[in-house]
Design a protein around this ligand. Structure first.
Ligand SMILES: [Zn+2]
Length: 527
């Protein structure tokens, strides 16, 4: 405790609270940490000066805080205990949602922003609220912008977090890393205006609108007679529009043609009419609340069948007609995008259809094609990069959680064995929420494995999936929870490095342009 205070007194008396950006940059270039001895560490990249106040993140033991120090009196808004040292004012601000809001005001780069005008974006997702430094260390090396906060309601419930907390975690870690290029925050898979408002109130600029519950899947399997009977019940102007614009018409794309038989056009109107109108309502709502500062993603990926190119075309054209500002759209692609493992299916057929999806996106407003459950799909990344021309949003989420578990396997074998054992017990519950084909019988006995072999469980398909989906059960196990977070805190840099390497692998294989000098070596304000 006193140790830290001595350091702060030294920093202020040497005039660091009046340092300019260049002087701070010299310090920051030395690396992420300032091990000030014992249990005290200062996160060097967090050093900032505003109005003669020095701001930085530091931890004593496992307690991390935002520090404000100055020879002058401190701004009053931040909450936390103050200490009066000889000629130095010191405040230890808690990493609370309130203080995150204050940090947004003092350092606007710490607040999430719309990434509408950015070509390539990657949804990182951070179920633990710890992985952001790994994500941004990968992102700064590439021509890509990260959506650091990204949670569905399902994830919030399973991790017992809320949107303000998710945004606050990203805020403080962005500050810790000194990452100032801008990041997004995504209220993922939201289905109602009520839930959208919760995300907006937490300052999340990206909304992923999940249309599953307003689409009508039934007409997909109806015969022509049934279709025409139901279509006949729609109002006359809708029927006329569908007949004029789609019935019997052919559209040419990327070497493929899409022809609507009259019956298929009617089927689309029945399946998507209500969802399209709801999308328009949501878009108007977002515009009213945030002006142009929002990113609307339309998600139709949680269906039972892949999105036919004709259906994607119908949806895209109708969203455009309704004037919806679509930033990205997530179809369901052919083949399987299961959690945490590579693509399952025919990669040639995938590429053939994917190319048409991309051409449709280009024709109707040039929105980004969004790939959900996109982590670890390494075998199709080259095709994805090629056909989108990097105009894409790739969502990953659980894959970063798996990297955290990998760090456990490396640093705390006993805890890893316990986690894997308990994952089996949570599997049945978790498998109701996620579509996976995990073969539990194929997973070797972890008790019989040497410590040095434990990491293999993180690379084998079945154990990987098992650990991927059981995060809720594992994190809510009180015996595991404490040890898990303690182990990660003790191995913080190793955790960041594992996440960084894994994210980089994604960006490299997608073919995202790499900056020639890599990451922190170049000034980050280049645009
Ligand atoms: Zn999805």
């Amino acid at each position: 405790m006193e140790h830290m205070e001595n350091i702060v007194r030294l920093l202020v008396s040497s005039g660091l609270d009046k340092a300019d950006r260049n002087q701070l940059d010299v310090l920051k270039r030395e690396g992420p940490l300032w091990i000030a001895g014992g249990e005290t560490r200062i996160y060097r990249r967090s050093l900032q000066v505003r109005d003669s106040v020095l701001y930085f993140v530091a931890s004593e033991g496992t307690e991390k805080r935002l520090y404000l120090a100055s020879a002058r009196p401190l701004p009053r808004m931040f909450q936390g205990p103050t200490v009066q040292l000889e000629g130095v004012h010191l405040l230890k601000a808690e990493l609370s949602t309130e203080n995150a809001g204050h940090l947004h005001e003092v350092f606007p780069f710490t607040a999430p922003v719309s990434l509408r005008d950015k070509k390539t974006t990657i949804g990182c997702g951070d179920r633990l609220g710890l992985a952001t430094p790994g994500h941004v260390r990968a992102a700064v090396k590439y021509d890509v912008y990260p959506v650091l906060a990204q949670q569905s309601i399902r994830e919030l419930i399973l991790t017992r977090r809320d949107y303000p907390g998710v945004v606050a975690d990203a805020t403080f870690l962005v500050f810790q890393e000194g990452y100032d290029r801008g990041y997004g925050a995504d209220g993922d898979h939201l289905k109602t205006i009520k839930d959208i408002d919760v995300a907006l109130a937490a300052r999340m600029p990206m909304i992923t609108l999940d249309l599953t519950e307003v689409m009508s899947p039934e007409p997909a399997t109806w015969d022509g007679n049934r279709i025409s009977v139901e279509f006949g019940k729609l109002d006359e102007s809708t029927r006329q529009h569908v007949r004029d614009e789609y019935a019997g018409r052919t559209f040419a794309f990327a070497g493929a043609t899409i022809t609507f038989t009259p019956s298929e056009a009617e089927r689309c109107a029945l399946m998507y009419g209500r969802a399209l109108d709801f999308s328009r309502d949501v878009d108007r709502h977002l515009k009213e609340k945030r002006g142009d500062g929002y990113d609307l993603e339309i998600s139709i990926d949680e269906t039972t069948a892949p999105t036919l190119p004709a259906h994607h075309l119908f949806i895209a054209a109708e969203l455009a007609r309704r004037g919806v500002a679509v930033n990205s759209l997530a179809p369901r692609f052919v083949g399987e995008f299961q959690k945490g493992i590579d693509y399952i299916g025919d990669t040639v057929e995938f590429e053939r259809q994917f190319e048409v999806h991309c051409a449709i996106a280009r024709r109707y407003g040039g929105y980004k094609v969004s790939i959900h459950s996109g982590s670890d799909k390494f075998s199709v990344y080259p095709a994805i990069g090629r056909h989108t021309g990097m105009r894409l949003h790739l969502k990953t989420a659980g894959t970063s959680w798996l990297e955290a578990v990998r760090v456990i396997a490396r640093t705390n074998p006993a805890l890893f064995r316990e986690m894997l054992g308990k994952a089996f017990a949570s599997f049945e519950e978790a498998a109701k929420l996620y579509h996976v084909t995990t073969n539990l019988a194929a997973i070797p006995d972890v008790q019989a494995c040497a410590d040095s072999d434990l990491e293999r469980f993180m690379d084998a398909k079945d154990s990987r999936q098992l650990l991927h989906i059981t995060y809720g059960g594992l994190l809510n196990d009180l015996e595991l929870r404490g040890a898990f977070f303690q182990t990660l805190a003790r191995n913080e840099e190793a955790h960041y490095l594992a996440v960084e390497k894994h994210m980089e692998k994604h960006l490299r294989l997608l073919g995202v342009r790499e900056y020639p000098f890599g990451g922190y070596a170049v000034p980050t304000r280049t645009e």
